[in-house]
Design a protein around this ligand. Structure first.
Ligand SMILES: NC(=O)c1ccc[n+]([C@@H]2O[C@H](COP(=O)([O-])OP(=O)(O)OC[C@H]3O[C@@H](n4cnc5c(N)ncnc54)[C@H](O)[C@@H]3O)[C@@H](O)[C@H]2O)c1
Length: 323
């Protein structure tokens, strides 16, 4: 039996590919390379350049392999872009998944693991976010993900698909072995942008909003190392092989850092002071998002290895320095 990974040539998907092949699983990657790169993947991987929304191509891929599990990473992920162009996000994230789910049902796929986001919680006053808190998406990106979650729930109920929805908090860092990392030059991820600024790739870093109700006025996020996140997928998959999951799992460390604290950490690791530009708030940014990941730990035995902001920044900086 094979595992299909959509968006496997992207940042998170490629780390997950290495995690699964490291355990000897047979992995197939489908990616249209719109933001990903074949170069992030091992030479020998079975790779299809295809859009997940292309029904004919996807059906052919499913028919050529015995796929019992799908991990679905493919999608568009830039919040400000989703505010400007919401229909792109409903198309790329929600509609494309309709097609993928149809293929899964037709071809008898057993397990479906979906990449969702903590931004579905929006501005929730809770200190630690639990999976059963009422979602309140603040932007079209988050709405497109929440709509996809709802489709997965309904599809599972009607057709018996075993699913897990992983809500990622802020994913950062790079593979400690240097095999893959975040390649998008225009990525908006804070740690990447700060590392690029430290390396002189960008002239300065913008701090969006300094008047939030937080100790230093900047937004607070829970930064999870991408390799720990990749391992969370493996743990969830192994759990699903023996049990019905049909659950949402938060993926984070349960502690937050402000934008200014992150920049300070990058300055410390890079031994360089960064030029900061204080800018107005960005549309759709919640004040603070911190995970309660106790369900993930309890049910799957997930035990993070890189829960340390210095390590996250060090691996991100090493990756950016490779050029
Ligand atoms: N990076 C984060 O901090 C973060 C946080 C929460 C959730 N997520 C979710 O994780 C997933 C992966 O994010 P990422 O950071 O690796 O992004 P990414 O852009 O690096 O990866 C997405 C991959 O999907 C591919 N792709 C996009 N649309 C496709 C399509 N229609 N058909 C085939 N391939 C397609 C791209 O080429 C790329 O390789 C996304 O679904 C995203 O919403 C990411």
């Amino acid at each position: 039996m094979s595992i299909l990974i959509t968006g496997g040539a992207g940042y998170i998907g490629s780390h997950v590919v290495y995690e699964f092949i490291g355990q000897g699983y047979d992995v197939i990657v489908v990616d249209d390379l719109s933001t990903g790169s074949r170069s992030l993947l091992p030479e020998k991987i079975q790779f299809y350049k295809a859009n997940v929304g292309n029904q004919t191509m996807m059906e052919n891929i499913f028919r050529s392999h015995h796929i019992d599990t799908v991990l679905h990473f493919a999608g568009s992920i830039i919040v400000p872009e989703s505010v400007e162009n919401p229909l792109k996000y409903y198309q790329d994230n929600t509609c494309v998944t309709v097609n993928l789910l149809q293929c899964c049902i037709k071809e008898g796929v057993k397990n479906f693991i979906f990449s969702s986001t903590a931004s579905v919680y929006g501005n929730n006053p809770a200190k630690l976010m639990k999976e059963d808190y009422l979602p309140h998406p603040e932007n079209p990106y988050a709405s497109s993900k929440l709509m996809t979650e709802m489709m997965i729930h309904d599809t599972a109920k009607a057709h018996g698909l075993n699913f897990a929805i992983l809500r990622y908090f802020n994913v950062a860092g790079a593979d400690p072995q240097g095999r893959t990392g975040q390649i998008k030059k225009d990525a908006t991820h804070l740690i990447k942008v700060a590392c690029q600024t430290a390396l002189g790739i960008r002239p300065d870093i913008k701090v969006y909003g300094t008047d939030y109700d937080t100790p230093d006025g900047t937004c607070i996020r829970d930064y999870i190392h991408v390799s720990d996140l990749a391992n969370a997928h493996l743990r969830v998959y192994e759990h699903m092989k023996t049990q019905i999951a049909n659950k949402i799992y938060n993926c984070g460390y349960g502690r937050g850092f402000s934008v200014l604290e992150v920049i300070e950490c990058v300055e410390k690791i890079a031994r360089k002071s960064l030029r900061k530009e204080m800018a107005p708030r960005r549309a759709g940014d919640p004040v603070a998002l911190i995970a309660d990941s106790s369900l993930l730990k309890m049910e799957t035995g997930w035990a993070p290895e890189f829960d340390n902001l210095d390590i996250i920044v060090r691996t991100a900086l090493d990756w950016e320095a490779r050029g």
